[in-house]
Design a protein around this ligand. Structure first.
Ligand SMILES: *Cc1c(COP(=O)(O)O)cnc(C)c1O
Length: 403
C-alpha cells in the first residue's frame, strides 16, 4: 500500500501521466446517487450496466464481476476445464490470461504470436491442435518441459485481443467446431473493437472485458463476462455469487463458488462509462492518430500495425517498438529523466519465475513473444490526452533516442 502511494506520488512528477481515466460530472453524480440510496450491492445498477454492455457488444448475456481475472476464471469453470486439461494460448499477454488456467490446475499450451499484431499465431494453433490430437512425440513438442506427465485432453483455445486489436477468430472458431473445443476470448483490452465487422467478444463461447483504471472504460476494479450460452451464464452467475444457484437461500451453496460480485457504486460508474464508450474510443483513436503523424517516420521506432481483419481498433495502450539496436530499458530511464513515463509491454508470461519453476520454460522458447517483450514501449496514452501533450511526448522521445 505504502509502496503504491509512493509510486503514485512519483508518477505526478511526470509531465504527462502514463494513463488516465476519463471521469466526468455525470459519473460523479451517478455514484452519489447510489451512495445516497444506501443500496450498495446486487441492485438495479448492476442490472443496468449488464444490459448496456450486452446491447453494446451484441450478446445475449453479460455478467458483471469484480475483475477481468475473476471473469476469465469463471469462463474456465464454465468450459469445464480441470486438472491436466490443455488450453492453447499465448505467452504474450497480461499474466491473468494464463493464471486462470493454473487456478484449475490446467496446463497452458503456449504457441507464439504473429509479429505484426502480437496476437495468437493461427498457423501454430492449427499445428498444435493436429499434433495434440495425434499424441505421442508430435504432441510432446507443444507441451512444457516440466509437468507434462499430468497432460490430459485439449479442451479450449484462449486467444487474447492484444492492445485492443481482435485475434484472428474465424480460423479459431472453425478449429473449435471441428475438434469440439471451447473458445474463451480474453477481450479485456478490446471492448468496442470489431473483427470483420463483428464486435469483440460476440463470437466466442465466452469473452471477458476488463475495467481497471487504465482500460478504455473503468469501474475502478471490475470486469464483465459475455456469452450467448444461457446455461453457462446461469452457472457463472451462481459461481460469482458464492455458488448460490437459483432458488438457493443466502446460506445455501449448490456449487463451489466465489465472491466475484461487483458492487453498485462501481456498476453505476461503469454504466455511465459504457454510455460514453464510443465517445472515449473516438478520442483514443484521435490520440493514436496524433502519435502516428509524429512517430510514423521516425527511423528508430515502429508504430502499431492495424490488421485488415480489424475493422475497428479499440485503442487500449499505445505501444511502439524500438529497433533492435536500441536498449529499450535504458530508453525508459532516459524518458523518466525527461519527465515522460513509459513501460515495457508485455513481459513474456513463460519467463515469469513461477512459470519457469512449474513448467521449466527457458529463454528462446517463444522467440517472437520474447522479441516483442524486449522492444515494446508503452508511452502515455488516454482519451483525455491533448495534442500538446502528444507533442511533448514525441519531442522527448526523439531527444531521448538521440542521447
Ligand atoms: C486487464 C487485463 C486482464 C484483467 O485484468 P484485471 O486487473 O483482473 O481486471 C486480463 N487480461 C488482459 C490481457 C488484460 O489486459
Amino acid at each position: 500500500m505504502r509502496k503504491e502511494s509512493q509510486s503514485l506520488a512519483a508518477e505526478s512528477q511526470y509531465k504527462v501521466p502514463l494513463s488516465s481515466p476519463d471521469i466526468t460530472a455525470v459519473e460523479v453524480e451517478a455514484v452519489n446517487v447510489v451512495l445516497q440510496s444506501r443500496w450498495l450491492s446486487m441492485g438495479s445498477e448492476t442490472q443496468n450496466f449488464e444490459d448496456t454492455i450486452a446491447a453494446y457488444a451484441g450478446v445475449e448475456h453479460a455478467l458483471t464481476v469484480n475483475s477481468g481475472t475473476a471473469g476469465l476464471h469463471l469462463c474456465v469453470r464454465a468450459a469445464g476445464i480441470g486438472p491436466g486439461d490443455l488450453v492453447i494460448t499465448t505467452p504474450f499477454s497480461f499474466v491473468a490470461s494464463s493464471n486462470v488456467l493454473l487456478f484449475e490446475r490446467a496446463i497452458p499450451v503456449f504457441v507464439d504470436v504473429d509479429p505484426a499484431s502480437g496476437n495468437i499465431d493461427v498457423a501454430q494453433v492449427r499445428q498444435a491442435v493436429d499434433d495434440l490430437k495425434t499424441g505421442g512425440a508430435a504432441a510432446a513438442k507443444w507441451l512444457p518441459r516440466k509437468g507434462a506427465e499430468a497432460a490430459g485432453e485439449l479442451k479450449a483455445i484462449l486467444p487474447v485481443d492484444v492492445f485492443g486489436q481482435p485475434a484472428d477468430l474465424d480460423p479459431l472458431l472453425a478449429m473449435a467446431e471441428d475438434h469440439n473445443l471451447k473458445i474463451i476470448e480474453d477481450a479485456c483490452e478490446a471492448i468496442g473493437a470489431e473483427y470483420k465487422g463483428s464486435k469483440a467478444g460476440s463470437q466466442a463461447d465466452y469473452a471477458v472485458f476488463a475495467f481497471y483504471p487504465n482500460k478504455q472504460m473503468t469501474t475502478g476494479e471490475g470486469g464483465m463476462v459475455v456469452t450467448n450460452d444461457a446455461e453457462a451464464a446461469a452457472f457463472m452467475s451462481a459461481l460469482r455469487n458464492q455458488g448460490r444457484a437459483p432458488g438457493d437461500t443466502w446460506l445455501a451453496h449448490t456449487h463451489l463458488g466465489y465472491n466475484y460480485r461487483l458492487d453498485e457504486i462501481s456498476a453505476a460508474l461503469g454504466h455511465i462509462q459504457a454510455t460514453r464508450l464510443d465517445e472515449m474510443l473516438a478520442k483514443r483513436a484521435q490520440v493514436a492518430e496524433w502519435y502516428e503523424q509524429r512517430l510514423g517516420d521516425l527511423a528508430l521506432v515502429e508504430t502499431p500495425q492495424i490488421l485488415d481483419t480489424t475493422t475497428r481498433m479499440s485503442w487500449f495502450v499505445y505501444v511502439v517498438r524500438v529497433t533492435p539496436e536500441i536498449d529499450r530499458d535504458a530508453l525508459i530511464h532516459k524518458l523518466a529523466e525527461r519527465g515522460i513515463p513509459a513501460r515495457p509491454y508485455f513481459a513474456p508470461i513463460h519467463l515469469q519465475p513461477f512459470m519457469v519453476e512449474q513448467f521449466g520454460y527457458q529463454e528462446g522458447d517463444y522467440p517472437v513473444t520474447e522479441d516483442l517483450g524486449k522492444r515494446g514501449l508503452a508511452i502515455p496514452f488516454s482519451s483525455v490526452m491533448t495534442e500538446a501533450q502528444v507533442e511533448i511526448v514525441c519531442q522527448e522521445l526523439a531527444a531521448a533516442l538521440e542521447d
